[in-house]
Each structure stands twice: as structure tokens, then as C-alpha cells.
Design a protein around this ligand. Structure first.
Ligand SMILES: Cc1ncc(C[n+]2csc(CCOP(=O)(O)OP(=O)(O)O)c2C)c(N)n1
Length: 464
């Protein structure tokens, strides 16, 4: 040990070398005295104790690596140099952003493509993007006309949702935030299903008890969306851990925004996932804004991907506007999660091109020029260009796909709007097998109130 310290002090030309060497000599003499003692104590350790057990590590100085601190949380080397890591002391270059097609949609020649898209998958992805764009435009307008109460578009982020969804299997369990409608659509949730949910009619499994856009489907392995940010992240870890215990060939996939990543649940989820080695793929949509809070006010480190290594988790940053890159990144992350039974973090860099929701006006807090620049990099147009270059898509196909999507969306809205609403009593159902006394009491009070104040209940909700 003494020799090691001398080498360290000399190599670093440390001005405190004489003091360090004196301290080392003192330590060495103490260690020599202690080793005589510990040899006798070590003799008392039962012979069944293995060298890796804490008691043996502490007691046998001869086994203790002198140049490292061996403790229950790991083994770290000692250093006589004091240097802070990160922050203002050693700013690191940002993690680069993996992409396979450029902002104009041209393929990048030397890009890593471990999972190349086949024509059928690529065309399905693009058609879903076209439908998603059409749904977003028409549903947004329908909300503005007062036909239902709330809507959120995913404009600018279509490639993140659909590129990742295409790389998963139907056995993978999805926990999304609220802006990944492309994921559930790709899995088979129809435009009609979406319209029923937004209108909260009798065809909707939630029976109108949730706000619009809170989709969910047991059949599609897609957990119902919760408005409360980041609550889905610990749930996803629990589900992933269950998949691990069941030895299933599947993972959980958790989507969230960079704003949600400031919640405590994000940190709890990542640490649990890492320590439990839960097969979960975390996909962050870093779209630059959390309502009016810019990403620059959300963190000081290297975005969200930069946090992964701190949790001991493989992390990747990907261009969220490049559907082919997102597909490859998710397929690779899924492979790691399922084969190695560990979590993986993916940060998809994108931009929220629309307002946060129908309750927001983003022109109040961000520059028109910023929005114009990002809209010019439209992920759907980029992917279309790549598809055309592959010879897999044409302008004529595009026109007809968009016309068909428009017809479907308008029809779905009309059908959903005409469908009856669930009765008032539905509000009290489905939580308990037998309604407890306090809910019975509340239900009676609601009905009594509506009888005396008929205007308190919307006219299209049957009072029964
Ligand atoms: C726990 C919690 N806090 C605050 C809110 C209010 N809120 C709703 S959306 C949102 C912004 C979230 O931004 P981000 O996670 O980046 O997703 P984005 O909307 O940009 O897709 C906030 C603060 C909430 N729903 N839940």
C-alpha cells in the first residue's frame, strides 16, 4: 500500500506528496499491528464462511484489496486526488442523437441498422401515421366545435409513437402518458374506438368516467392512461418484474415526457427497475416543452438519457422524428431488456408542434420562428420521403390513403356522437363487487339532487 501511495503521489507530482506519504507510513504501521490481531480473530471465523461473505472480507486483511474500497455497495479504487465530477467542473459533451434518415428524409449511408424495416411493416407504420395526423386535425376541430370536452394532438411526435410501437410485440405491456395515441392505434385500437372514448358513450369501456384521450385496452395490453404525470412509471416496473418472475418472453414499455421525468415517480421507477433488473424499456419523448416550461428549465444535466448511467442502465438518445431510427432503437432496447432481463432507457428527441392541449395557446410562450423551423422537419414527411426512395410508396397512394383516413375519421365521429351516453348510475359501478354503504349513500344523494335540479345533469345522460 505504501508503495502504491508513493507511486500515486509521484505520478501526480502532488505538492502534498510528503504529507500523504507520512500519512501512508503511519497507516502502514497501524495495519501491520492490526494484521497480527486480525489473524487471530480470523482464526475464530467458522470454516464454512466463504471469502465473499462480509465477515470474512472485514476480518482477513490479507484478502482486502489495499488499493480499493470493498464495501457492500461495490468496489471502488482509492485516489489521493480530489476532483469533483460533472457540473461546472468537468462538463461532458452531450450524448449524440442516433439517426438513420436526415431532416429531409434522405437515408444516412453509414447508419447502424441492426433491425431493417421490411416493406409491410414500413407501409403499415406510414399509414398509421397518416391516420394519426388526420385524427389529430379533425378531433382537434371537433373539440373546438364543442362536440366533446378536451383533446391533445401528437403532432411532431408521430414517429416516436409509431416507430417504437412497430418494434414491440403484442405481449409487451404498454404504460403510456397521454400523447402516444399512435402506439395504441398501431396495436389495433380503431379510429372508432378513439371516437367512442372521446365522446364517453356506451361503447366505451370506461363508460365516460374519464376525460377524453384516456385510452386503454386490456385486449391490446395497453394500460389505461392516467393524467397524473409519471404514475405509470412505477406501475410499468411492477409489471416488468411480474413478467420476469413468470419467465415471459416480453417486456413492459413505459412512455413519458421530459417534464414528467422531473417527478419523484420517475426516479423511484428507474432505481427500482435497475436494482430489480426488471425488463422494462423506458421511452422518454423529449419534445422540448412541458406546457409552457421549456426543457432548459427542466434539468441541468444531459437531458434524460444522461441520467441512465447514474442508475446503471443502458441508455440511448435517438432522433424522435426519424421513424426508422426509433424503430431500430426500440428493437435494440427491447432485445437487451428481454434477453438480459434488465431495464433500458431511450430518449427520443422531438418537438411538440401543436399546442399542449385544447386548453393551451402555445403562441403565448414560444416563438413563431421556432415552431416554423420544427414543422419543416415534419417526421411524417421525412418517413414518406424515405418510403418513396425505397420504391414502397407513391404520391397516388398517399392521396388515396389520406382521403380514406379522412372519410373514416369523419364517419367515426358521427357514429360516436349519435351513440347514447351511459346512465348516471354507471358513475358508481365497477370499482367494488358489492357497492359499499358510503357509495350507496352518495348515489342516493346524487339522484335526489338531480330530481330537484334537473339542469345539474346533462340532458343526454339517462337518469337511471
Ligand atoms: C403530477 C402532475 N403534475 C402536474 C400535472 C399538470 N400537467 C399536465 S401535463 C404537464 C406537462 C407534462 O410535460 P411532459 O411530461 O414533457 O409531456 P408533454 O405534454 O410535453 O408531452 C403538466 C405539468 C399533472 N398532470 N400531473
Amino acid at each position: 500500500m505504501l508503495a502504491a501511495w508513493r507511486t500515486v503521489a509521484q505520478r501526480r507530482q502532488c505538492p502534498r506528496a510528503p504529507a500523504l506519504l507520512a500519512a501512508a507510513r503511519h497507516l502502514a504501521s497501524q495495519t501491520a499491528a492490526a494484521s497480527t490481531q486480525s489473524a487471530s480473530v480470523a482464526a475464530e471465523v467458522p470454516s464454512s464462511s466463504s471469502g465473499s461473505e462480509p465477515s470474512a472480507r472485514l476480518l482477513s486483511s490479507s484478502q482486502q484489496p489495499e488499493e480499493r474500497m470493498d464495501f457492500p455497495g461495490g468496489s471502488v479504487p482509492f485516489t489521493a486526488a480530489m476532483s469533483f465530477l460533472g457540473g461546472t467542473f468537468s462538463p461532458r459533451a452531450p450524448l449524440p442523437c442516433y439517426r438513420t434518415i436526415d431532416s429531409a428524409g434522405l437515408a444516412i449511408a453509414d447508419a447502424d441498422i441492426p433491425h431493417e424495416l421490411d416493406q409491410e411493416t414500413a407501409v403499415k407504420m406510414y399509414k398509421t401515421m397518416v391516420t394519426l395526423q388526420t385524427v389529430d386535425v379533425i378531433f382537434y376541430e371537433a373539440q373546438r366545435q364543442g362536440r366533446f370536452s378536451f383533446y391533445m394532438t401528437s403532432s411532431g411526435e408521430e414517429a416516436t409513437a409509431i416507430g417504437s410501437a412497430a418494434a414491440l410485440t403484442n405481449d409487451d405491456v404498454i404504460f403510456s402518458q397521454y400523447r402516444e395515441q399512435g402506439v395504441i392505434m398501431y396495436r389495433g385500437f380503431s379510429v372508432q374506438d378513439m371516437a367512442h372514448q372521446c365522446f364517453g358513450n356506451i361503447h366505451e369501456q370506461g363508460k365516460g368516467r374519464q376525460m377524453p384521450i384516456h385510452y386503454g385496452s386490456k385486449a391490446l395490453n395497453f394500460h389505461t392512461i392516467s393524467s397524473t404525470l409519471a404514475t405509470q412509471l412505477p406501475h410499468a416496473v411492477g409489471a416488468a418484474y411480474a413478467l420476469k418472475l413468470q419467465k415471459r418472453n416480453a417486456c413492459a414499455v413505459a412512455y413519458f415526457g421530459e417534464g414528467a421525468a422531473s417527478e419523484g415517480d420517475f426516479h423511484a421507477a428507474l432505481n427500482f427497475a435497475a436494482t430489480l433488473k426488471a425488463p422494462v424499456v423506458f421511452i422518454c419523448r423529449n419534445n422540448g416543452w412541458a406546457i409552457s416550461t421549456p426543457a432548459t428549465d427542466q434539468y441541468r444535466g444531459d437531458g434524460i438519457a444522461g441520467r441512465g448511467p447514474g442508475y446503471g442502465m443502458a441508455s440511448l438518445r435517438v432522433d424522435g422524428g426519424d421513424a426508422r431510427a426509433v424503430y431500430n432503437a426500440t428493437a435494440a432496447a427491447r432485445k437487451i431488456a428481454v434477453e438480459q432481463q434488465v431495464p433500458v432507457l431511450v430518449e427520443a428527441m422531438s418537438y411538440r408542434s401543436g399546442h399542449h392541449s385544447t386548453s393551451d395557446d402555445s403562441s403565448r410562450y414560444r416563438a413563431a420562428e421556432e415552431m416554423r423551423q420544427w414543422r419543416a422537419r415534419d417526421p411524417v414527411a421525412r418517413f414518406q420521403r424515405w418510403l418513396v426512395d425505397q420504391g414502397w410508396w407513391s404520391d397516388a397512394q398517399d392521396t388515396s390513403a389520406r382521403q380514406e383516413a379522412r372519410r373514416d375519421v369523419i364517419k367515426a365521429l358521427e357514429t360516436a356522437q349519435k351513440a347514447p351516453k351511459p346512465p348516471l348510475s354507471a358513475m358508481f359501478e365497477d370499482v367494488y363487487a358489492r357497492m359499499p354503504w358510503h357509495l350507496e349513500k352518495q348515489q342516493a344523494e346524487v339522484f335526489a339532487h338531480v330530481r330537484t335540479h334537473p339542469d345539474a345533469c346533462p340532458a343526454d345522460i339517462p337518469v337511471k
